[in-house]
Ligand binder design. Structure first.
Ligand code: AMP
Length: 697
């Protein structure tokens, strides 16, 4: 007999109409959808290509905000706690009931309407992790407008790109963010710098003033508004907005993700599918069912995980969500996550493996966690979810042992794989024991979840039909590595297009396999028991501390330095962050004299400064090799980054400078690979005794 997780998945793929139609009933629809799924075709205007397309709940109408907030108040749950803000960087804790959240967002939405925001408009959110950021998203959605959150503190150039693409009516921001223990970071130069750089200018900039660092004298004539002041005035005048109902396929939000060309891609989340899919996943996968359950997702609202599991999913089911401002370590130490769990009796922690690695670095024996565990502080915790990048088996095992000793009976570490595009986990292991009703509504019998398998990201979640194929799109036998793809339709939380760019959607996701599969861009395998293992990106997007960066975008920035003629960036393994960007550069005028593999500190610092300013500090380079004629290419001119990466990996991981690397037959000049090899050896050997190098690389 198959395990219930397998039969639930099989049902969702075999008969999506009955599966999702049933789950759609957990929401309030202002107009019930008459159909669950519409499979049709779409034609691209520029090229005339026709491809398969799908829509969920096509004629349904709803309000996500109503479902997240008002509905719970009307059902008598208004006094339940909706949001707890734990700010370990300011030492402040605040808590808001559903009724208080409703009051905040009714007024804020009314005020935004006065400032000109209408249904269908885009509003950018560029905020730190404070309650106002969540109120902003809910208020924008309340008006039927579309939010586009950009990670607070992102460089002005990155924000400018997103402003140009999204063409927002307004930007909602704050006077500062507080980055760990470094103190306040003023957002003003970043926001104003971005608007100056962008061809498109938003009408309004709405500024939440934080006491730690104010945005002095907002430029009123330039459309800058003091958030607290306009809300106070709106409240006094009784300005409030009721939820605006939208079509199921209208956009709720846009989230930008890095593209291979360096230009960000605007992933669009549709209102109806998102609400249905998330309501299911938070219960089925995370075991958070409703009032009384507490979710602690330690992500950022700039990332998709934050959208789904800090904000929308917990509120959709009426649970309590914890909004955390701080870091996993250093604010003040590696025990803070566990203290937040203890204080709030959280049932689930969701974080990235990089956070756990950072904790292990600061507290190698997990003394802080153990101390809290020993006094019974973690008994509420049922699961630790990990996503964003691959969790190596050792980190899963370490924390599984800690959970077994200190958390709730049966608590598990659950690696789950997903992307901005999917909107919710594509694979994971469901806490089925929490969910008798899915398998047998009349039974409350606990079902034992599938066992975890460290190194694997679990099994496919409902609605995601995951396959492994070769480069021609043919399925490979179980256990074989290949391209990870999905069949159409994707589950309801997933995107169906890119913002204003159907052509790029087709080219980026469907074209590679002629429209037969949706390309996830990941490489991996499905083992004999159906567990999915995600090994790496199949292209060259690198994952630094669970944040995705395109090597192309970093190269572009490096090349903006006047002395650099050619650049190639690869990801190199880093024990803490997963990967670090590592650059190969050729000077613009290399001359013919001696050219050491290690560039001058001046050049390295200047290049790194550009990367930090234009991409973000998190993308700081892990190293840089200079040389002449050392970047291998294919005959068609494509840089063979993979070859460079292998050379560096062999050097860093094994200290081996002679190991064979996989050079494809399409290489233009194999000699170039040997030049690169010699440079890699010179670079790492010359740095050997240097303090810090080993730790960094
Ligand atoms: P993003 O769109 O920024 O969330 O990045 C999505 C990418 O992160 C995926 O395509 C994977 O390459 C990677 N990723 C996310 N979660 C996992 C996981 N649990 N295991 C392996 N890779 C993951």
């Amino acid at each position: 007999m198959s395990h219930p997780q397998d039969s639930v998945h099989e049902h969702s793929i075999r008969d999506p109409e009955s599966f999702w139609g049933h789950h759609a009933q957990s929401l309030h629809w202002h107009k019930q959808p008459s159909r669950v799924l519409d499979l049709s075709t779409k034609t691209l205007s520029a090229s005339g290509i026709t491809h398969d397309h799908w829509r969920w709940f096509p004629d349904g109408e709803l309000s996500t905000t109503y479902n997240c907030v008002d509905r719970h108040v009307e059902n008598g749950n208004g006094d339940n706690v909706a949001i707890v803000w734990e700010s370990s960087v300011t030492g402040v804790r605040e808590s808001y009931t559903y009724r208080q959240v409703q009051d905040e967002i009714e007024v804020l939405a009314g005020v935004l309407r006065e400032e000109g925001v209408r249904k269908g408009d885009v509003v950018i959110i560029y905020m730190p992790m404070i309650p106002a950021a969540l109120f902003a998203a809910l208020a924008i959605a309340r008006l039927g407008a579309i939010h586009a959150a950009v990670f607070g503190g992102f460089a002005a150039a990155s924000l400018a790109q997103r402003i140009e693409d999204a063409k927002p009516r307004a930007i909602m921001t704050a006077s500062c963010g507080i980055e760990g223990s470094k103190g306040p970071l003023s957002y003003r130069p970043l926001v104003e710098g971005a608007i100056n750089q962008s061809k498109f200018k938003p009408d309004k900039v709405i500024i939440w003033q934080r006491d730690e660092l104010r945005w002095n004298h907002p430029d009123k004539l330039g459309g800058q508004r003091n958030w607290q002041r306009i809300v106070k005035s709106g409240r006094m005048r009784g300005i409030r907005a009721a939820p605006v109902v939208v079509n199921s396929n209208d956009g709720l939000y846009i989230i930008y993700t890095s593209g291979t060309t360096g230009l960000p891609k605007g992933v669009v989340r549709e209102a109806g599918g998102h609400a249905v899919g998330l309501s299911l996943s938070i219960k089925y996968l995370f075991g958070i069912k409703g009032p009384g359950d507490v979710m602690f997702c330690a992500s950022d609202i700039g990332w998709v995980v934050g959208h789904s599991y800090i904000l929308y999913a917990p509120l959709l089911v009426g649970a309590t969500t914890i909004l955390y401002e701080g870091k996993p370590v250093g604010t003040p130490d590696a025990g803070e996550f566990w203290r937040v769990i203890e204080k709030n009796k959280a049932n689930v922690l969701f974080t990235a493996p990089t956070a756990l690695r950072a904790m292990r670095k600061d507290d190698p024996e997990s003394k802080l966690l153990t101390e809290i565990g020993a006094r019974g502080g973690l008994k509420s915790l049922k699961a630790l979810f990990l996503a964003g990048e691959r969790s190596e088996p050792s980190i899963v095992r370490t924390f599984q042992d800690l959970l077994t000793s200190h958390a709730a009976p049966g608590a598990t570490v659950i690696d789950n794989w997903w992307s901005s595009e999917s909107g919710s986990p594509i694979s994971g292991l469901s806490l089925l024991s929490e969910l008798g009703y899915l398998t047998d509504p009349s039974s409350s019998t606990a079902v034992t979840p599938l066992p975890i398998r460290p190194g694997s990201a679990g099994k496919p979640m409902p609605g995601f039909d995951v396959r492994i194929v070769d480069d021609d799109g043919n399925e490979v036998p179980r256990g074989t590595m290949g391209n990870v793809v999905m069949a159409i339709p994707l589950a309801p939380t997933a995107f169906t297009t890119l913002f204003n760019d159907e052509e790029r959607f087709y080219k980026g996701y469907l074209k590679r396999f002629n429209g037969r599969w949706v390309d996830t861009g990941d490489a991996g395998l499905i083992d004999q028991d159906g567990y999915v293992h995600i090994m790496s990106r199949s292209d060259d997007i690198i994952n630094v501390a669970a944040h995705r960066f395109s090597t192309g975008a970093i190269e572009q920035v490096i090349l903006s330095h006047p002395d650099i003629g050619e650049a190639s960036v690869v990801g190199i393994p880093d024990s803490l962050k997963g990967h670090l960007p590592f650059a190969f550069i050729q000077p613009r005028n290399p001359g013919s004299g001696e050219l050491p593999a290690t560039a001058s500190p001046e050049l390295f610092n200047a290049v790194n400064k550009l990367v930090r300013e234009q991409i973000g500090a998190i993308a700081s380079l892990g190293g840089m090799i200079q040389g002449r004629g050392m970047i291998p290419k294919t005959r068609s001119g494509k840089t063979l980054r993979r070859v460079l990466r292998e050379l560096v990996e062999n050097a860093v991981v094994k200290g081996d400078y002679t190991a064979a690397v996989n050079v494809p037959p399409t290489v233009e000049d194999a000699e170039v690979v040997e030049v690169a090899r010699a440079r890699v050896r010179e670079y790492f050997q010359s740095r050997k005794g240097e303090s810090g190098v080993k730790a960094k690389l």
